[in-house]
Design a protein around this ligand. Structure first.
Ligand code: HPA
Length: 276
């Protein structure tokens, strides 16, 4: 079976449960999963029920698609994503995003937990992702190109859509939520960075670091759909933070600012209706 056939197979499994065609695909990062419980759900599909679908092993990640509405906007929410450090093939990391493209999503809204590399960032800040660096991470499109979805050499000059990003900033301003903006760098994990690695990232112009997201953004741009994203800065990166890093700290901050983050994401998506 080719990777594209596997993808079509996954689509058929989803289509057995629902024929919902989403406008926006939303991927929820660590600690942010509760947003899926707030959507007026019309259907859910467990990843386990999708043949060949990669299922996450990270604590705190549920594994299901939730289909529903934010205002008039039809959304498919990924409650739980898979990461490269869990040992999946690159094509499996891209499969969920590609599946949501095939479901009909016109835009991908990415969220994640990230470490603050920029010294002006504090735990609990939100950062609009302006651009990313993924060159340190193995490129997820290495391997046979999926010609059905996009070209061999996709353009990445504007990964993060300006109009959708503007809507997020305007929504944050209306809700009086301060926003940072910057460059996100994806590393493989699962280790957090060393202070020397964080200094390297500072030199490279990185503002926030994490273990996801950029590869999904690349999959979406490869397939020609629009992308936007917000990082929740759950901790200052190693060497900036005075204390050792832990998954608990990441989850704690996610839980603390979760309600505000969810409000921002939900209202941004509602405001995107006219722009899609
Ligand atoms: N580094 C990498 N990934 C992360 C971090 C971090 O400091 N915080 C949350 N995800």
């Amino acid at each position: 079976m080719t990777a594209y056939e596997k993808l079509q197979n996954c689509l058929a499994c989803v289509r057995e449960k629902t024929d919902f065609v989403p406008d926006v695909a939303l991927i929820l990062g660590s600690g942010l999963g509760a947003l899926a419980d707030e959507v007026e759900a019309v259907a859910t599909v467990d990843y386990h029920d999708i043949e060949g679908f990669p299922v996450s092993t990270v604590p705190g990640h549920k594994g299901r698609f939730v289909f529903g509405y934010f205002g008039d906007v039809k959304v498919v929410i990924m409650q739980g994503r898979v990461h490269f450090y869990e040992g999946y093939d690159r094509s499996d990391i891209l499969l969920p995003t590609r599946l949501m493209v095939l479901m009909g999503a016109k835009a991908l809204f990415l969220t994640n937990a990230a470490g603050g590399v920029n010294r002006n960032f504090n735990a609990g800040d939100f950062m609009l992702i302006r651009d990313h660096i993924m060159t340190i991470f193995p490129n997820p499109l290495i391997g046979a190109n999926m010609d059905e979805l996009g070209p061999r050499f996709p353009d990445m000059s504007e990964v993060y859509d300006k109009t959708l990003s503007r809507i997020i900033l305007d929504t944050a301003a209306r809700l009086e939520i301060p926003m940072q903006q910057g460059v996100y760098c994806q590393l493989t994990g699962p280790t957090f960075e060393t202070p020397a690695e964080v200094r390297m990232l500072t030199t490279l112009g990185v503002d926030a670091v994490g273990m996801s997201t950029a590869s999904e953004a690349v999959a979406a741009r490869h397939a020609g759909i629009r992308v936007c994203g917000i990082s929740c800065i759950t901790n200052q990166a190693a060497g900036i933070s005075p204390t050792p890093l832990s998954h608990e700290e990441v989850s704690e901050t996610g839980n603390r600012v979760g309600p505000l983050f969810r409000k921002l994401v939900r209202e941004s998506i509602e405001a995107m209706g006219a722009a899609l």
